[in-house]
Design a protein around this ligand. Structure first.
Ligand SMILES: *Cc1c(COP(=O)(O)O)cnc(C)c1O
Length: 375
């Protein structure tokens, strides 16, 4: 029997930090002792490593994933009066970045079993003002990129991938961040590649876009302290880049640890109660940033697991289009039936590379007990 105090944490980074503490501290010291604290060697090295990993020609580091989306929009010339097609079933920052650019988000509904943008609905949402398609690779699985790229090509729009939850995910063997005109990444601590603070980056294979993204993160300056255009201050911090450089080589091992846990859940929860497990489309590599199930008994299951010492989360309890802060966009309840239904039935189980196997097994056993009537 597991001890009562043996809480199954939803997420924890200390299991990854503690064994490598000396290396992390040495990396921080290397930056502090280098004589260059801003946009130095570590950022340059990380950008090279990230671009190579994603299969893009360039990467540009910024302060956060939100800024990565915002600067991508700005670099593509998208702003007030323009429409960006995206989803409401996402983290707020996707939409916050679109609004910060001045553009208007236009939401399409998602697929019930993958939680991803329902690309069959995109064409109908295109208007003469549409400038960009912004799919979100939610939970670690890529959206259906081929039809999206086809629509963008035919209707003359840009594509920005929100890769914040999907570093290393693939579609037809090609990785997230290599499909869109720009890929936007977050290295927020919980993400697949997590810094020890805020960090983000953009990938692109267009040299002119890469140069513009570089300017935009540095006050619009290319050289000589002369702003070529109105820019921002959004630099990837040198210390965070050093942390990311340490972690980047381990990303495949971490992903395979996540997949092992997902397999325990997939096998252990098959046919249990009314639990629906996350669907994975053929030809896609799921990174399991989140392992999100659906059940009509979500709230009671969540409470039961909590009492049994198992932390879970709802990603996300409120679709963005129904949030008070976005009521000005004029969306109403009922606009996105699948998205709204999912918000009432989804539950994310603990999944991270260092989650002990016995914890994942305990999650399975406890969910089974709930549905056997142990509640
Ligand atoms: C985390 C996240 C972001 C934003 O990243 P930050 O680094 O927190 O700004 C954007 N989109 C999605 C889907 C995310 O999960």
């Amino acid at each position: 029997m597991p001890g009562l105090n043996d809480t199954v944490r939803y997420w924890d980074y200390l299991g990854a930090y503690t064994p490598r503490r000396a290396e992390y501290l040495a990396a921080v010291d290397r930056v502090f002792s280098s004589g260059r604290l801003v946009l130095g060697r570590e950022v340059a090295e990380f950008e090279k490593g990230l671009a190579a990993y994603c299969g893009a020609a360039f990467a540009v580091g910024v302060n956060s994933g939100t800024d990565a989306i915002l600067l991508a929009l700005k670099a593509l010339g998208i702003g007030a009066g323009d429409e960006v097609i995206t989803v409401s079933n996402t983290a707020v920052p996707t939409v916050a970045a679109i609004r910060a650019s001045g553009a208007t988000p236009v939401f399409v509904d998602v697929e019930e079993d993958t939680y991803l943008m329902d690309v069959s609905r995109v064409e109908a949402a295109v208007t003469p003002r549409t400038r960009c398609l912004l799919p979100v690779h939610l939970c670690g699985q890529m959206a259906d990129m081929a039809p999206l790229q086809e629509i963008a090509r035919r209707r003359g729009g840009w594509v920005i991938e929100d890769c914040a939850q999907a570093m290393g995910a693939a579609y037809g063997g090609e990785r997230a961040g290599s499909f869109g005109d720009v890929g936007a990444f977050s290295f927020y601590p919980t993400k697949i590649l997590g810094a020890f603070g805020d960090a983000g980056a953009m990938t692109t294979s267009d040299p002119d876009l890469a140069a513009r993204l570089r300017r935009l993160r540095f006050y619009g300056i290319a050289e000589g302290y002369h702003a070529e255009e109105e820019g921002f201050n959004s630099r990837l911090d040198e210390v965070q880049a050093a942390i990311l450089n340490l972690k980047l080589p381990g990303i495949e091992a971490a992903a395979s640890a996540r997949r092992d846990i997902a397999r325990i859940y997939d096998e252990g929860l098959a046919g249990v109660g009314d639990i629906a497990r996350p669907a994975v489309r053929p030809g896609r590599r799921h990174q399991y940033y989140l392992y999100t199930v659906r059940t009509q008994h979500r709230d009671r299951l969540m409470e039961f697991l909590d009492k049994e010492g198992i932390e879970t989360k709802i990603n996300y309890p409120h679709p963005v289009h129904l949030m008070r802060g976005y009521s000005g966009l004029g969306n109403r309840e009922g606009d996105l039936p699948v998205t709204e239904r999912l918000a009432r039935s989804i539950l994310s189980l603990p999944i991270y590379p260092e989650l002990p196997t016995r914890h994942a097994e305990r999650v399975v056993e406890t969910v089974r007990r709930f549905f056997r009537g142990g509640r």
